[in-house]
Structures are given as structure tokens and as C-alpha cells.
Design a protein around this ligand. Structure first.
Ligand SMILES: Nc1ncnc2c1ncn2[C@@H]1O[C@H](COP(=O)(O)OP(=O)(O)O)[C@@H](O)[C@H]1O
Ligand SMILES: [Mg+2]
Length: 236
């Protein structure tokens, strides 16, 4: 198996407060990995450090044969490591089309038209709303837009940070089947979720982060088989 993302002994935080206390995590090519853990465990911080949005204090990040430790976020995007951040972060005053176009600002710009059509095939709703300001769309539509914007950059690995947060149960179902579809089409996905049950159903492997350290890594079935872990971290 080819290791796509290889994170070793990663440390980082805010100001003097250490959040990540030496994290090791791998994602293989074509794999769906669930990253779980309670609120404040450091999941989003890990994403931010890996994607060059927060400085790494120590450790290494290798991706697709490249050393991305301490790389600028633009270099990370250029390598095909694309993040859909927590809270969607679409540009509210820009149209749907403008938001999507920005997704290909740094990578795959020459195939923008082609990728727009691909995104519209996945999310027909976005095509109907091309001129609408992103900020006036529902939470679910904004999440689709945020994922569509990520796909515009032709990700090699897509990191989704809590994509189901704030969505209705019906849309949560839709989101999970979409994520599964992307993986089935060959895309590697790192899925950060509070929705533990559904994530473990579709993930190939899982990590549980607790207080900035990896508390568990392995197969979903082994995680579900541990009463301690289930009770302490999964709320199941
Ligand atoms: N911008 C920030 N400045 C200072 N502390 C932060 C910031 N963002 C997150 N933190 C702190 O870092 C810790 C981990 O947060 P976060 O990575 O968001 O956790 P998770 O995504 O697992 O819920 C928390 O204690 C949180 O309060
Ligand atoms: Mg988070």
C-alpha cells in the first residue's frame, strides 16, 4: 500500500499553549480514514498545521513523496492536499460560481471548465444557484459548495473537517453517501467527524485523538469492540 500522507511526531499549538503533543497519522492512497475525538481534542488544529495554516513546532509532514513540513499553504494545495475547513468558510458575498472558481486558483486552473462540469454533475443544485451569493444559501447548500470548491482543485487527498455539522438528518445521510462515493471513485479522504457511528461504517481505518495525542489507531471494528474506548470517546 502506498502511504500518501505521513505525519510523524507532529507538535503545534497557539501562542505558548501546546495542543498537538506528538501526533503520528497515516493515510494510504485511496483510503478513507476517520479522525475522531471529543471537542477540543485537537482535530482541527491538526488539519490546520498539516495544511500550513498554523505553524508546526516539531515533527514532519510528508505527502505524496514530498516533504511538506512547514510548507506554505499554497504549496500544500499545489501538492493536491485539499482541506474543506470546519464551518465551511465559503465567501458569503461572492456568488456560487465565484466561490467554485476560487477553488482552482492555485491548482488545476487550466482544467477549470472541465472541473466545474464535474462538480455540477455531483451537485446539480449548485448549477441552479450559480449567481446566488453563497451567504444566502442554507447550511447544507454551503457545505456542498465548500466540498465542490475543494473538488475544483483536483484533490489527491481531501480533508473534510466536520462536514455533517449543523445539517438535518436527511442531509447528513446525503453527505455520507457522497463522501463514500468520492472514496469509491478512488479519492483518499480524511474525515473528521462527531458523527461517530456513520463515520465508522464507511471508514477503512480510524484514529481517536485525545488531548492532542493519538489514543487509538486501527480498524473500525476493533475500535467498536473496545468497551472503554466506546464509552470514553465515542458516546456509543
Ligand atoms: N485559534 C485558536 N487560538 C487559541 N486556541 C485555540 C484556537 N483554536 C483552537 N484552540 C484550542 O486548541 C484546542 C484544540 O482545538 P481544536 O483543534 O479546534 O479541537 P477539535 O477540532 O478536536 O474540536 C482547544 O483547547 C481549543 O480551545
Ligand atoms: Mg474541530
Amino acid at each position: 500500500m502506498t502511504v500518501l500522507l505521513d505525519i510523524k511526531e507532529l507538535r503545534g499549538g497557539y501562542g505558548r499553549v501546546e495542543v498537538l503533543r506528538g501526533v503520528d497519522l497515516q493515510v494510504n492512497a485511496g483510503e478513507m480514514v476517520a479522525l475522531l475525538g471529543s471537542n477540543g481534542a485537537g482535530k482541527s488544529t491538526l488539519n490546520k498545521v498539516v495544511c500550513g495554516l498554523c505553524p508546526a513546532w516539531a515533527g514532519t509532514v510528508r505527502f505524496d513523496g514530498q516533504d511538506l513540513s512547514g510548507a506554505h499553504y499554497r504549496e500544500v494545495v499545489r501538492a493536491g492536499l485539499i482541506q474543506v475547513p470546519e464551518g465551511r468558510k465559503v465567501f458569503p458575498n461572492l456568488s456560487v460560481l465565484e466561490n467554485l472558481e476560487l477553488g482552482s486558483f492555485t491548482r488545476a486552473r487550466e482544467r477549470r471548465a472541465l472541473n466545474l462540469e464535474r462538480v455540477f454533475a455531483i451537485f446539480p443544485r449548485l448549477k441552479e444557484r450559480l449567481r446566488q451569493h453563497a451567504g444566502t444559501m442554507s447550511g447544507g447548500e454551503q457545505q456542498m459548495l465548500a466540498i465542490g470548491r475543494g473538488l475544483m482543485a483536483e484533490p489527491v487527498l481531501l480533508i473534510l473537517d466536520e462536514p455533517s455539522l449543523g445539517l438535518s438528518p436527511l442531509l447528513v445521510e446525503e453527505m455520507f453517501s457522497l463522501v463514500r462515493q468520492l472514496r469509491d471513485d478512488g479519492l483518499a479522504v480524511l474525515l473528521v467527524e462527531q458523527n461517530v457511528g456513520q463515520s465508522l461504517e464507511i471508514a477503512d481505518r480510524a484514529y481517536v485523538l485525545e488531548n492532542g495525542s493519538v489514543r487509538f489507531s486501527g480498524l473500525p471494528k476493533d475500535l467498536l469492540a473496545s468497551d472503554d474506548l466506546r464509552r470514553a470517546y465515542l458516546g456509543l
